[in-house]
Design a protein around this ligand. Structure first.
Ligand SMILES: [Zn+2]
Length: 258
């Protein structure tokens, strides 16, 4: 029996078609078919007929592979080129990381940041950015860009300035002498950083004009609090967030260096 099977298999396996296709797998399939056919008491003629049929299908598959081979090679080439370009991109990215600048906040208090010319250049990559003409740091979290600096915190209400947004937009007559905050996005050329009063971090659910505390952030009322916030409240909250992030980075840097 082994001898007969060997002869049959040799006939098909010796064909280059079989060898070019995934021959080992097909070899196994043919072997199983022979065993099944013989165990079903079929005559050898029937077995050979079945194998002939399989051989024809294998030839078809092989022809198909020959047809698509140039396409596969072309795709492989494109992928290699893509890999190469990724490598370039990665090295450029690493280069950028090396090109961080040390930005002075005050005296020896500095933060490393990537310098860019505009907020739209702030990438969502976990890095801290700095825009010189605004004198603002910026970060991009989940597509939202926060920008600002570390402002002053007034512990009393005397001579407070740059706490609230200026209502006059670019038409403000006082320009750099205005006591209200000129967001560089709305006031091109401004290098203002928003300031805060000490109670800006105190949460209250009282909505009143005299209230200077936070009215957002309490989990149990977060949905309704959001609906009651004015545009000023929201701008202040975003700027305060950036203030706190920068303070945390400075604190970490100072602590790490000790
Ligand atoms: Zn103004």
């Amino acid at each position: 029996m082994r001898c007969v099977m060997h002869k049959i298999l040799s006939k098909y396996i010796s064909q280059t078609t079989m060898l070019r296709c995934t021959s080992l797998y097909i070899y196994k399939v043919i072997f199983i078919i022979i065993i099944m056919e013989i165990s079903n008491n079929k005559k050898m003629d029937s077995v050979v007929k079945t194998l002939d049929s399989i051989s024809q299908r294998v030839t078809q598959i092989d022809n198909y592979i020959n047809e698509v081979r140039p396409v596969i090679l072309s795709v492989k080439k494109e992928l290699s080129a893509f890999d190469a370009s990724c490598g370039t991109w990665m090295s450029v990215n690493k280069q950028k990381q090396r090109n961080k600048s040390s930005i002075t906040i005050l005296g020896n208090v500095k933060l490393d940041a990537i310098v860019v010319n505009a907020l739209h250049q702030v990438k969502q990559d976990g890095e801290l950015y700095y825009i010189p003409h605004m004198d603002h740091f910026a970060i991009n979290i989940t597509g939202s860009v926060f920008h600002g600096g570390i402002g002053k915190i007034f512990t009393d209400n005397k001579s407070i300035e740059k706490i609230k947004d200026c209502k006059f937009s670019q038409s403000c007559a006082k320009q750099n002498n205005c006591n209200y905050y000129h967001d560089p996005v709305s006031f091109p050329g401004s290098k203002d950083i928003r300031n805060y009063t000490s109670n800006s971090w105190q949460y209250t659910n009282e909505k009143s004009k005299s209230n200077k505390g936070r009215t957002f952030g309490n989990i149990t009322t977060i949905e309704t609090d959001a609906q009651l916030m004015t545009a000023d409240d929201i701008n202040k909250f975003y700027d305060q967030t950036m203030h706190d992030i920068l303070c945390s980075l400075v604190l970490k840097k100072i602590r790490d260096s000790n």
